[in-house]
Design a protein around this ligand. Structure first.
Ligand code: ZN
Length: 399
């Protein structure tokens, strides 16, 4: 994503209170975080072989001279693992509680989505204390300068990637580089004086969002999700499916989180986890009835919502919930991604929804303009049972 456009977008989100909040970014003018886009890492000469890495490839794969799907299959990038597989490495002055919270949240996510490997979160502070992070980054082929300037590691991103083009065969990692200041005070929460529970709810929501991207990438293998030159997977699905997931998950699960014991919903009500309010606010905007400076007033979903560079980022989460309402959450989160690699996104979408995306956009735009925006969502718009009871994320795991 172009840094300027994302920054503009973040500004707009911040100023307008738009309905779909993107929580990928450590919101700072000099540390705009790339989300899902790894294309900015220039592919290096793929024929530069690294003999020692070849043992990771299967026999048929070892003869390949270019990056291939088989390289990703060989390291089980596409398969949920039996055990906890995420990694977190922190600067030596980051409190243990951050690690404990990370394990707790990701264990909950694994129970629903599955445990995907090669997902590494690092938390930096200063150069003095961040050597373990630097060591880890070196190990996983991060090739940028290991230097923290004004609180941010050079090139930091979440989600970003490494090992996809820096070495051959690829040794791919999905990588979330955060700074500890962001974990304590995500987005503008320091300025707003937001209480701890709200700040942590934002982080947990963000962790779920980013991990969902790791799950989405599993189906793309060597294709570069988020780069339309590589695959047609559109931003409205990449980001939208990854927004509606943590909204529903946190809405259903916040009471099971240790830190939130004894709290009320209002204490943790961040992002779109109040699903009915999230829905109503989107409908109000679609009907031009949001507050006057809401840039999403009267926004029409269209082909512009395919690209990170042109999307208005209005209603992308709600659009995925609506698609699930027309089909099912399993279609949106499991069936569509399953066939992207073989059929393209458009082909998979058609196969599983019996619509083209253009037809879907028309239906969605009409739906958003129907009825009173203060009406609650129709029955079945959001799941009335736990996610794991309505969606089988392991459906194709053994295929
Ligand atoms: Zn995202």
């Amino acid at each position: 994503m172009k840094k300027t456009s994302l920054f503009l977008f973040l500004l707009l989100i911040t100023c307008s209170g738009a309905q779909d909040e993107i929580v990928d970014s450590q919101d700072s003018s000099d540390n705009i975080v790339k989300d899902t886009i790894v294309a900015e890492v220039t592919p290096t000469d793929a024929t530069e072989d690294n003999e020692s890495e070849n043992t990771k490839s299967s026999d048929s794969c070892s003869a390949k001279t270019e990056v291939h799907k088989c390289h990703y299959i060989a390291v089980e990038y596409d398969k949920p693992q039996k055990d906890f597989s995420q990694e977190i490495v922190v600067a030596t002055d980051v409190p243990q509680t951050v690690i404990d919270e990370y394990y707790e949240i990701h264990s909950m996510l694994n129970d629903i989505i599955g445990a995907y490997n090669r997902y590494v979160t690092v938390v930096t502070t200063t150069n003095e204390f961040s050597q373990p992070v630097f060591d880890k980054l070196k190990e996983i082929h991060w090739d940028q300068e290991l230097n923290i300037i004004d609180g941010y590691l050079v090139g930091a991103g979440c989600l970003t990637g490494s090992g996809m083009w820096q070495v051959f065969p690829p040794d791919p990692y999905s990588l979330c580089i955060m700074d500890y200041e962001f974990i304590e005070y995500p987005h503008e929460t320091r300025e707003w004086g937001s209480p701890l529970l709200e700040r942590r709810a934002v982080i947990y929501h963000g962790w779920a969002h980013e991990y969902f991207h790791r799950y989405q990438r599993a189906f793309h293998y060597e294709l570069n999700m988020g780069n339309l030159d590589s695959v047609d997977t559109p931003v409205w699905w990449i980001e939208g499916a990854a927004i509606v997931f943590p909204n529903i998950w946190l809405n259903q699960s916040w009471q099971n989180i240790t830190l939130f014991e004894g709290s009320s919903f209002d204490d943790v009500n961040v992002e779109g986890i109040n699903l009915d309010e999230w829905y109503k606010n989107a409908k109000k905007a679609a009907q031009g009835q949001s507050h006057p400076d809401d840039r999403c007033n009267n926004y029409m979903f269209s082909k512009l919502d395919i690209s990170y560079d042109t999307s208005g980022f209005c209603f992308i989460g709600i659009a995925n919930a609506y698609l699930a309402y027309l089909t099912s959450y399993e279609v949106v989160w499991v069936d569509i991604p399953k066939d992207i690699y073989e059929l393209s996104f458009e082909g998979s979408f058609k196969k599983h929804t019996n619509m083209t995306t253009d037809e879907f956009f028309d239906k969605f735009n009409s739906f958003m303009r129907e009825g009173d925006p203060n009406d609650p969502p129709p029955d079945g718009f959001f799941p009335d049972k736990p996610i794991s009871e309505v969606v089988n994320f392991f459906k194709y795991a053994d295929a």
